[in-house]
Design a protein around this ligand. Structure first.
Ligand SMILES: [Zn+2]
Length: 74
């Protein structure tokens, strides 16, 4: 299991805000999501260990898929 990653929240203006944050997986110390989206430097940060606790609607599907790929041994 790699711990070289962390979760970063993307702040959503408007109606998405009521669902809370949208989380992306980024490399440790990076702002660039695995999906290619740049997250805010002032956005919230969570340990990657909490990845399974993020609600489905708060997940970036591309990031989750990419993270699965990098953490699943081939
Ligand atoms: Zn993402």
């Amino acid at each position: 299991m790699s711990s070289q990653y962390e979760l970063r929240a993307e702040h959503q203006p408007g109606e998405m805000a009521r669902n809370g944050h949208h989380w992306h997986v980024v490399r440790h110390g990076s702002l660039l999501g695995l999906c290619g989206r740049l997250t805010s430097p002032v956005g919230e940060l969570q340990e990657i260990l909490l990845i399974d606790d993020v609600r489905m609607e708060g997940r970036c599907p591309s990031c989750w898929a990419a993270y699965d790929e990098v953490t699943t041994p081939v």
